[in-house]
Design a protein. Structure first.
Length: 134
């Protein structure tokens, strides 16, 4: 998938070694660098194109509340990538999953209906980068 492949390339070019990438309903990607392990959860953003904080059209970045179970297993970097531009934002789960960012919201989409929990972090507090820029 685009998110995983582009993030793997981005990290390998920055000296990371891929430890785990197969799907197992836990972290999407585990890497190591300089003797330290890094955990990642990866998603695609299909709600609009963006390159950086200036052209991201929303005031906050919305992270899925159900991913908190992964944080409880092992804290991770949550990365959301725009497949059109390669623009991405990343934040560590320890910063995301705070009560001050928690929002319950009604969801009415073909594949999901009802109420869901989100963590909305102001976009000025989230790190932006581009997976295509080496």
């Amino acid at each position: 998938d685009y998110a995983k492949e582009s993030m793997k390339s981005f990290l390998i070019q920055r000296g990371h070694t891929i430890i785990k990438e197969e799907e197992d309903y836990e972290h999407d990607l585990i890497t190591s660098k300089d003797g330290k392990e890094f955990y990642f959860e990866l998603e695609l953003n299909i709600s609009g194109n963006f390159n950086d904080v200036n052209d991201f059209k929303y005031p906050s970045v919305s992270f899925l509340g159900r991913k908190i179970r992964l944080h409880n297993i092992k804290p991770f970097y949550y990365v959301i990538i725009c497949p059109t531009t390669g623009g991405a934002f990343v934040e560590h789960s320890s910063k995301i999953y705070q009560d001050k960012y928690k929002v319950e919201s009604k969801v009415n989409q073909p594949h999901r209906k009802g109420f869901d929990c989100f963590y909305r972090v102001p976009k000025t507090e989230v790190n932006f980068f581009n997976v295509n820029k080496i």
